[in-house]
Ligand binder design. Structure first.
Ligand SMILES: [Zn+2]
Length: 328
């Protein structure tokens, strides 16, 4: 299990200005398949496919934002036989079936929420260069005891292979559910950085208190943490998240959009002031509920980011650009 003691800070020198980094966990149905099956988020994934990715790409193009898209490897495919014999199956206690039991073994036309090659091509074609990273091959939970080293390796190997077939070399990784595990393997498969968990002030408190503390941060639009890349003992860089742009799903729809926006703009301003990184992240699927409001909020955040960039107070960087700059 990952702990904050697993890495040492080698380099905390200040940058000459703040940085805005945006990372997106792109997974269509793969992110929730083990918990909710193929129908739990089907309509959200259909909207993601039909509308959200296009609108997001238009938005990052308009604001000249180089985002880091960490993509589930299966989405590099446009078809498969459903078997994936090269993947050493995880034994996650909450999913007693074969890991690929829901894989339709068909193609993008028949089962569009399982395949995404056409969408990856769109991301690659964006006039503002986007970074393509990995979110594992099939959303196995790396920190879980049911994910052996062999499973983790087979996942990494398969996603690197699928990306290479599209001419993509990946440098950035986001762990499924942000659960860090088998960190020592990342470097072997060409990755230079990953998105670590947000360094919350309340992280050492017990669960229920943490949830209250989180809620408190949200309703007071508290300034989110701004971060610096940390070099881990595994050799890869941790580019921690600062804040999730959380969905208007279930109870969270009662949290006004203005609070999400205010928190994010506070993060951007803190990054400029402290010359650190404000690292915003979310899943494109997160925009499916209350889509117009979610996009309007995102636009407001990007407008503030663009303003700070015009003033020369922040720069936009992808995750791996940050790692490379720090490596130097
Ligand atoms: Zn498949």
């Amino acid at each position: 299990m990952w702990t904050s003691r697993s890495f040492r800070i080698f380099d905390v020198e200040r940058m000459n200005k703040g940085v805005f980094t945006l990372s997106l966990d792109f997974e269509l149905i793969w992110g929730t398949l083990d918990l909710f099956g193929p129908d739990g988020f089907r309509s959200a994934c259909e909207r993601e496919r039909e509308v959200i990715i296009d609108r997001l790409l238009a938005l990052v193009e308009e604001f000249q934002i180089p985002a880091t898209w960490c993509i589930v490897g299966h989405l590099f495919l446009d078809r498969c036989d459903g078997e994936h014999k090269d993947i050493v199956r995880p034994n996650h206690a909450w999913f007693p079936r074969d890991w690929f039991a829901f894989d339709p073994g068909s193609d993008a036309e028949k089962d569009p929420i399982f395949y995404g090659r056409d969408l990856v091509e769109k991301i690659l074609a964006c006039p503002v260069r986007q970074e393509i990273g990995s979110h594992s091959f099939s959303h196995v939970i790396f920190s879980d005891r049911g994910c052996s080293r062999a499973t983790a390796e087979s996942e990494l190997r398969a996603c690197v292979k699928a990306a290479r077939e599209m001419g993509v070399e990946m440098r950035s990784f986001v762990f499924p559910r942000n659960e860090v595990g088998h960190l020592e393997l990342l470097g072997e498969y060409g990755f230079r950085c990953y998105r670590g968990p947000e360094p919350h002030w309340y992280e050492k408190w017990p669960g229920p208190v943490r949830r209250l503390a989180h809620l408190w941060d949200v309703i007071t639009a508290a300034e989110p943490p701004v971060v610096l890349p940390l070099r881990t003992e595994a050799g890869v860089w941790n580019v921690p998240g600062s804040m999730i742009y959380f969905p208007m799903h279930a109870a969270r729809r009662y949290i006004p959009m203005s609070l999400r926006v205010r928190r994010a703009t506070r993060g951007l301003e803190a990054a400029a002031r402290e010359r650190k990184v404000f690292h915003l992240w979310f899943h494109p699927t997160n925009l499916a509920d209350g889509m117009e409001e979610m996009f309007a909020g995102l636009r407001a955040i990007f407008e503030r980011a663009a303003e700070l960039r015009r003033e020369g107070r922040i720069a936009f960087r992808t995750m791996s650009e940050l790692a490379v700059e720090y490596e130097r």
